[in-house]
Structure formats: C-alpha cells, structure tokens
Ligand binder design. Structure first.
Ligand SMILES: C[S@@+](CC[C@H](N)C(=O)[O-])C[C@H]1O[C@@H](n2cnc3c(N)ncnc32)[C@H](O)[C@@H]1O
Length: 498
C-alpha cells in the first residue's frame, strides 16, 4: 500500500510503501528530484532532545541555531534549571512543545539529570497522552520497526532498554506499562537520527516517524541535515520518479566489514547494497595484485591502527600526547607509501587530529590538515553536492580568515613542521576562491538554509573587502590562480613531511 502523508508540518516528494525483501517500509520519489532539492522537510520534530553535556551550552529550543547566528548568553529555565534558552521566544516555544509537561519531573530528579533517550521518551509519552500528535504521526510511529525480539536475545541490550523504561515509568505521568514504554525505547534506538547543528556538530537525538521510514544504502542518494529543530533530507544526486530514497546510517567511508558490523549491531540487518557487493570483489582482486612486501606493509600499518582504535581518544582531546599519537599514526600510513590518503582509518585519524589541534589552539597546523582534507581527500570520498564536502571547505576558509586577521603565532607555532610564516601564499585570494566556489555550488549543495546563508554572507564580506581596495578578483584570474598554485604547493609540502 502507498501513502502520502497529510501531516501539516511536513512537506515531501515521497510516498511510503512496503519494499519487500526484508526491508520493511521505505520512501519512494513521487517525481524526479534534482540534486540539492528537498526530498523531505519536517518543520517540527516528533521528539528532539540535547545530549546531556550540551544542556549546559546549547539552547534546548533552537538547538544552537541562534547561538551560531550571534546569541551569546543562555538563560536557564527558572523552574528546573536543567534546560537553557536563548531568550523568552525560545523558552515559550519549548514550553508549548513539551517542557510544560516535564519541568516538574526534572525538578524532582535533581541533582540527577535523565539521559537523552529517557528525556526523549518522556516527551513522546506525554505529548501522545495530551493528543499533541497528528493521528497519522501516531500511526506511523506505531508501525515502525522496533527489533524488540532481536534485542531480547542480547542480555546487555535488553538490560539497557528495561532500565530506561523503568526510569521513565517511575517518573512519567502515564498509564502505559513498562513493556509499552520499552517498545518506545527500542523504536527510538532503531529510528532516531543524530541531531546536529547547521554546521554539522552533533548535539542530541531527533525522532520523526515519517523521516524514520528512509532505509539505508552505502550507495545512498540523499543526505540528512538539521537547521535548528527542522529536518531536511536532500537529494545528493538526481533521484528518478518511483526510485527508493536511501540515506546512510553509518560512516560509509569505513571498509565493508566495519559497515556491516555497525549496521547489524544497531539496525539488525546485513547490507547487500551494490557498494558492499562491489567492494568485496575489488578487495579480493586488489590483494591478488599486491606484491608480498606491499601486503606486509599494509598489514603492519593496519595492525598499528587497530591498536589505536582499541584505545580511542575523545575527539577533541587537546593534550600534546594525543596530538603526538595521532601524528605518529598518520606517519605510519604515510610511510607505507601505498596506503591511499582517503582509505580508512587514515582520514578518520586526520579528522580527530584537526579537532585536537583546534582544541589545543594550534590553528596553523589545524589549517594545514584541514586543507589536505579539503584538497586531497574529500574529492575522493564525497560528491560535489555532499554536505561534508561543503562543511570541510568552510572550515578551511574560516581558519584562513582567522589566521589572516592578526593571528599572533605562539612559540609552539615556530616549532611546527611548516611554520605559519613559511606558508607563502596570499590568504585573501585563497579565501576568496574557496568562498566563491562554495557560493557558486549552493543551489546544488545539500547543506541546510542557515549554512548556505552563512557561506553567502561571508563571501559577500570578503568580496566587499576586495572591492574597497579597488580589486575585483574575478578580473584578476592570473593572480588568483598563482596564489592557488602556491597554496597547492604548501599542501604537497605538508604531505611530504607527514
Ligand atoms: C530507520 S528504520 C527504516 C524503516 C523501516 N524499513 C520500517 O519499515 O520501519 C531501520 C530499519 O529498516 C530496515 N532496513 C533499513 N535499511 C535496510 C537495508 N538496506 N536492508 C535491509 N533492511 C533495512 C532494518 O530493519 C532497520 O533496522
């Protein structure tokens, strides 16, 4: 059976229907959808909550949107003092949405703060009881896959679900029994999204039962992004009428075996997409072609990398030991000479290093690695429209702006493999070029509206600055190209020293 949703807070170019072959329901395009177009836009969540550490520094109504636009100080709810808001507008919005139903519970729980999934369940249980959901949303939620029978086979998993169901039952004002609440918990596990800011930093979890109908493929055709509490699913490549819409549930830059493990552990299925099948054949063929010493070098590097992942560091660990360790691992892969820059775990280690360098305030070195990622790695991993491609370009431009605006090098910076004063290119032309390129790709890009606005307004400022100095880089193609060549040479030099 096909059905088009009539939920007023949702607009979409899809219908849901049974897929067959064990996938359950899925979403299918009702017409041709171009790259960058909205496949689905949900204006109001079923439930969205912040991760516990983010309650302190992120608004619980706009999830950081207005902070990224300039609001600086958050005010705590005077009732529970657990959630914080930009101002009265954000507070009133969340009070009406669900906080009026949970504020007194948060007060009685103090100083304990319920975990994010329990807070999301409280919201769902209470809003359902107050008939705050469209009946169709409730029906969709009821029909979602919970995988409870599989979860029951796993003692640790069912233990976690039961514990959270008990916690919610003990504090919620509800007639639902613990088993029914456990169903909510299981559905949340299988169907929720990572809630992110419009610059793609994770801040919490998000649930909407129509968006949850999108199935996974490692060769996906759509991507998910958030702008405050609004969800956008955009076409990452053209989607034909009647084609199924797919997103990626896991990091598909990981090898097939890792993806399969991640998907079966959280979503209980084995992926048989074209990418998984093709990669298996490719790996077998490549390993037959490699000489023995190349295989040995790759295996040694892989072994050391595996050891790193057995002792993972937190993403933004700024300690010098962590930075040294991550750099050592980059060096191991570099030394093999045949490990591609874009093959995992090489790119993930660089991502962690960039975050650590940013937290440690080492901006010149963070810039070099972010530039390597933008120039050499992303084009291999992501299509032009992919939001990660846009985000990483934005990070390079932002760091370049920061370094060009009176950044004072620290004594540490002078010890860097390539110190800032040796960068040797004109930042302004490179910033202009990256932002001009990003701006020209906005229509087909899969980023969300606030991100697009940020890029366009920053480009306008940089362009204005040039014009004030009597220069239009559009008419100085030779200079832009010469500066870009120097920038590329710097990246190559940094890579040689990896
Ligand atoms: C977020 S739900 C997607 C909607 C789901 N098909 C339903 O009918 O409720 C995730 C679940 O859908 C199924 N699923 C998603 N992608 C799949 C795939 N590529 N192959 C098999 N099953 C898939 C799995 O059961 C998974 O746990």
């Amino acid at each position: 059976m096909t059905s088009s949703p009539s939920i007023t807070t949702l607009s979409t170019k899809t219908v849901s229907r049974d897929v067959g072959n064990g996938m359950g329901n899925g979403l299918f395009a009702t017409g041709d959808i171009n790259t960058g177009e909205n496949v689905l836009h949900v204006k109001s969540p079923f439930a969205a909550v912040l991760d516990t550490p983010r309650l302190e520094d992120t608004c619980s109504a706009c999830f950081g949107r207005r902070q990224l636009e300039g609001v600086t100080e958050l005010k705590a709810c005077t009732g529970c003092r657990v959630v914080k808001y930009c101002d009265r507008t954000c507070q009133a919005k969340d009070w009406k949405f669900a906080h009026s139903l949970e504020c007194s519970i948060f007060q009685t729980q103090k100083p304990k703060i319920l975990p994010n999934n329990a807070r999301a369940m409280l919201r769902m249980v209470h809003r359902a009881q107050k008939h705050k959901y469209h009946s169709e949303e409730m029906d969709l939620f009821s029909n979602l896959e919970s995988h409870l029978s599989e979860i029951q086979q796993d003692e640790e998993h069912i233990g976690r679900i039961t514990m959270v169901a008990k916690a919610v039952k003990s504090c919620a004002k509800t007639d639902l029994d613990e088993d029914a609440i456990a169903q909510y918990a299981a559905k949340l596990d299988v169907n929720s999204f990572n809630l992110t800011t419009f610059t793609y930093d994770r801040v919490g979890l998000y649930m909407h039962p129509y968006a949850a109908l999108i199935n996974h493929s490692c060769d996906y055709n759509a991507s998910v992004g958030f702008d405050g509490d609004e969800l956008f699913v955009k076409a990452i490549r053209p989607i034909k009428k009647d084609e199924q819409v797919f997103i990626s549930y896991v990091d598909v830059t990981n090898p097939t075996s890792q993806r399969r493990k991640d998907l079966s552990e959280r979503y209980f299925f084995d992926c048989i997409c074209s990418k998984c099948t093709a990669e298996e054949t490719e790996i077998r063929e490549t390993s037959e072609e490699l000489r023995q010493e190349e295989t040995d070098a790759l295996q040694a590097a892989q072994k050391q990398a595996t050891e790193l992942f057995q002792n993972p560091t937190t993403d933004s660990d700024a300690s010098s030991e962590t930075i040294e360790k991550l750099e050592r691992f980059l060096h191991i892969f570099h030394e093999t000479t045949i490990w591609p820059l874009h093959r995992q775990p090489y790119p993930s280690i660089r991502d962690s290093l960039i975050l650590s360098l940013l937290s440690a305030g080492n901006f010149p070195r963070a810039f070099l690695h972010a530039a390597i990622r933008y120039m050499k790695i992303d084009p291999q991993l992501y299509s032009d429209a992919h939001p990660i491609r846009h985000l990483h370009a934005w990070v390079v431009a932002k760091l370049a702006i920061y370094l060009s605006q009176g950044y004072q090098p620290t004594p540490q910076d002078f010890k860097d493999p390539i110190p800032l004063h040796e960068f040797g290119f004109n930042f302004h032309y490179v910033i202009w070029y990256i932002l001009a390129d990003l701006t020209s790709k906005q229509a087909e890009g899969c980023t969300v509206p606030s991100f697009k606005k940020l890029v366009v307004s920053n480009f306008a400022t940089v362009d204005e600055e040039f014009k004030r100095n009597g220069i239009d880089p559009r008419n100085a193609k030779g200079t832009v190209s010469a500066e870009w060549t120097k920038f590329e040479a710097l990246i190559n030099r940094a890579l040689e020293r990896e």
